[in-house]
Design a protein around this ligand. Structure first.
Ligand code: M6R
Length: 624
């Protein structure tokens, strides 16, 4: 199946569309960088199109070679692509056009019935020029616009076509004869409208237009929007006007720029104290937890007797931490599942089950499908997401937004810490509903959480030490990460970061499991990163981990130990010691993860890789 996670931007206004669209694509490149393309409405009945395989800079070079004078006009659209299947070539790059060359389409998602639509077009003698599923839309819209009930009406033509499509899509369509109008449609894929003064935008993400306007409108499922320079109209696919949800973006351009850092990820690592504060702000008031959206009754919350946490990748690691907090505080059994596995094993779900779906983007297909499955089984779903109005929150019964701000680096950093904090807030909300904690205990737990931004600020002081350490680790054959209790998910996260950024073999293990097999991997000089549990909070585990370190050191491992300040017991066994502030056990991951993020990013940088755009990855994965 062809499919993609892509960035889309469309613009109608008074500025050079070339500049606005290229700039918008630059901010969306985190969504995919396999190819890029633009189609501009030059106002005299033709489209100026250019496309190129590879990064956006390749497209910019082609535009420069053609000459900017070929790309005039104040309306147009662009696309940056991440291919799951099908070659990332020029011919598969968007925009795609119909046979007349007048209709251009950009698409994010998968058109599942494209094969039958393609066959229908080919039977009618239409020749397609790419291997994509998207091109069929250009031809279908072209036909609907040329004749029939939607003749001459681009909005109606897209509505008719969108209703025939199955799968997930954001589509933006332009017609060379309609230079005052751009039409877009969405199903299960993101699309927001930006409303400025005499200019209007459509994009996959507000980052594409944030420097021009903070006024945005989110589109619902199966909706169409027609933008003009003066406004927008949202309808369903049949053309009936629908109510919209305008919102104001609460972050500004500086949040989407590198701000003097070598790469976005380092900036985002350093933003973690603020991201945590923003996640916590306003979510605890009058002795209780406040969610952003709450459509589960107090009684239903009280009746919850089982919690499933579903998520992928880094969000899954944050979910593993939720289990420790929720079971401890609420005495409810919690299972944490990879979203991609969840629905395929027929989990036991019902009205008294709460499914917590964690997703930074709010659009990860695996997590979305897990949510949908849970809802068919009548479970309640609570979403934790960083993206306002994205699909997973929209399909959930309750939502807690992390408010961590935009995360441009493909590797999750500040949103991981924000997710941990949000998970703990959910734990406190459940404890409150079930009465397993008194108000003063809830307040105490929240106060400890609220102190964490300062603790993270102080752990950032280790950045220079970790950067230097990275220079000595970049030639390692492999790296192992060990932890116990809450240190175990941190070990998994440290290994994931190193794999995805530095393309190095890395594994995270529960330190107690080492002796059951993985210890055979230890050889002379192998770097092993160890998370020490809190000495005061977990003295028993601390002693056990000390023994584990001795065992690996005896076999030649080079130990890099992350331990609380003042942990003198571990010092003799640490070839490298990174000290973190002493914090309550459940909160330790908020500080101990930070050096691991820096380590992975810096090793990647020394190995010459693009830290923000690791190979083969994209920020949101909207394919299963
Ligand atoms: O948007 P989501 O939180 O649903 O994304 C889940 C994973 O794809 C994501 O965390 C991924 O593992 C990151 N690249 C890790 O850095």
């Amino acid at each position: 199946m062809l499919g993609r996670v892509c960035g889309i931007v469309g613009y109608l206004g008074h500025r050079s569309a070339l500049d606005v669209v290229l700039q918008g694509l630059g901010r969306l490149e985190y969504r995919g960088y396999d190819s890029a393309g633009i189609a501009l409405l030059d106002g005299d009945g033709s489209l100026a199109v250019q496309r190129s395989a590879g990064a956006l800079s390749n497209l910019e070079q082609r535009v420069a070679e053609d000459g900017r004078e070929h790309f005039v006009g104040t309306g147009g659209m662009g696309h940056t692509r991440w291919a799951t299947h099908g070659a990332p070539t020029d011919r598969n790059a968007h925009p795609h056009r119909d046979s007349t060359g007048k209709v251009a389409v950009v698409h994010n998602g998968i058109i599942e019935n494209f094969a039958e639509l393609r066959a229908e077009l080919e039977n009618d003698g239409i020749e397609l020029s790419s291997d994509t599923d998207s091109e069929v839309v250009a031809h279908l819209v072209g036909r609907a616009y040329a004749a029939g009930p939607a003749a001459g009406d681009l909005t109606a033509a897209l509505g008719i076509v969108a209703a025939r499509l199955s799968g997930a899509f954001t589509l933006v369509v332009t017609h060379a004869d309609q230079h005052d109008k751009i039409v877009a449609a969405r199903r299960s894929s993101p699309l927001v409208v930006g409303v400025g003064e005499g200019e209007t935008f459509v994009a996959s993400d507000v980052a594409a237009f944030i420097e021009h306007t903070r006024n945005a409108v989110e589109l619902g499922q199966d909706q169409l929007v027609t933008i003009t320079r003066d406004g927008y109209l949202v309808t369903d696919f049949a053309g009936t006007e629908v109510e919209t949800r305008p919102f104001s973006v609460d972050w500004d351009l500086s949040a989407a720029e590198k701000g003097g850092h070598d790469y976005f990820m380092l900036k985002e690592i350093e933003e973690q104290p603020e991201a945590l504060s923003n996640t916590l702000r306003g979510h605890f008031a009058d002795g209780g937890v406040v969610l952003d959206e709450q459509r589960i009754s107090e009684q239903d919350l009280r009746d919850i007797n089982k919690v499933f946490v579903v998520a992928c990748g880094t969000a899954y690691h944050s979910g593993l931490l939720a289990k420790y907090a929720i079971e401890h505080w609420c005495r409810i059994p919690v299972e944490v599942e990879l979203a991609s596995e969840f629905r395929y094993r027929d989990p036991v779900l019902g009205r008294d089950t709460l499914v917590v779906a964690i997703s930074q983007s709010g659009e990860t297909a695996d997590t979305l499908e897990a949510v949908r499955h849970a809802r068919t089984q009548h479970a309640r779903v609570l979403a934790i997401s960083n993206t306002n109005g994205s699909q997973i929150p929209r399909e959930s019964d309750a939502v807690l937004y992390t408010h961590a701000g935009p995360e441009i680096g493909v590797a999750a950093t500040k949103t991981f810490l924000a997710q941990i904090a949000a998970n703990y807030l959910v734990g406190l909300a459940l404890a409150q509903a079930r009465g397993t904690k008194y108000t003063d205990e809830l307040e105490h737990e929240f106060a400890e959480l609220a102190a964490m931004p300062d603790a993270v600020r102080s752990v950032l002081e280790t950045v220079p030490q970790v950067r230097e350490l990275a220079t000595r680790m970049c030639d390692a054959k492999a790296v192992l990460f060990l932890g116990r209790h809450v240190g175990y998910p941190v070990a998994l996260e440290g290994a994931l970061k190193l794999k995805e950024l530095a393309y190095m073999h890395a594994e995270g293990f529960a330190a107690g499991e080492l002796k059951h097999g993985p210890i055979a991997l230890i050889e002379d000089g192998l770097p092993v990163v160890v998370q020490m549990p809190s000495l005061k909070g977990h003295s028993q585990l601390h002693a056990k981990l000390l023994s584990n370190i001795r065992e690996i050191q005896a076999r030649g491992a080079r130990t890099i130990v992350i331990a609380e300040e003042g942990d003198e017991a571990v010092r003799p066994f640490a070839d490298e010691l990174i000290e973190i502030p002493a914090v309550p056990t459940l909160l330790q991951p908020l500080v101990s993860t930070v050096p691991l993020q820096v380590l992975a990013a810096e090793i990647a940088r020394h190995r010459g890789y693009d830290v923000d755009k690791p190979r083969n990855l994209a920020k949101s994965v909207t394919v299963e």
